[in-house]
Design a protein around this ligand. Structure first.
Ligand SMILES: [Zn+2]
Ligand SMILES: [Zn+2]
Length: 147
């Protein structure tokens, strides 16, 4: 995912809209109960803010599939992460601009990684499983409620 600022300048513009479908090889979580569905969608705009500096504004959307940590039902949820990042040619850390090019890969990897859910729920108010009989309380499967 390379943004070439020279292309933008050559067209006499100071911003460019971009869209990527991105399928990283790396795993974003050690959790075995959930997995990111590929591809990750990245849509946004890069603004040239000066000689050797730029600003990126984009939205990263990804789907996570897995089993709910409370009730174990298979479930799928979509997450979206806003990324706003200023970049500079002279930046020693973070995300530098190299030869008028920006590599979005690390920026997006970091954004997804930081925003991976810690617990994965089918819905925020998931009732989970009955500790006595193991019935799914969302479905009213518990039979020992009245004991
Ligand atoms: Zn659940
Ligand atoms: Zn029960």
């Amino acid at each position: 995912m390379i943004l070439d600022l020279r292309d933008i300048k050559r067209k006499g513009k100071d911003s460019l809209d971009f869209f990527f479908e991105y399928s990283p090889e790396k795993e974003f979580t050690d959790a075995t109960f959930m997995k990111i569905e590929m591809p990750i969608m990245v849509v946004g705009t890069v603004f040239i803010t000066g000689e050797g500096s730029a600003f990126i504004e984009c939205e990263t959307t990804f789907k996570v599939k897995g089993s709910c940590t409370r009730c174990l039902e298979e479930t799928e949820r979509e997450y979206s992460v806003q990324v706003r990042e200023g970049l500079d040619e002279d930046s020693e850390d973070g995300y530098p601009i190299v030869n008028d090019r920006i590599d979005l890969t690390k920026i997006i990897d970091d954004a997804v990684f930081m925003n991976m859910p810690i617990s994965f729920l089918c819905r925020e108010d998931c009732l989970g499983l009955c500790p006595e009989c193991g019935g799914n309380l969302n479905k009213g499967e518990c039979k020992c409620k009245n004991l």
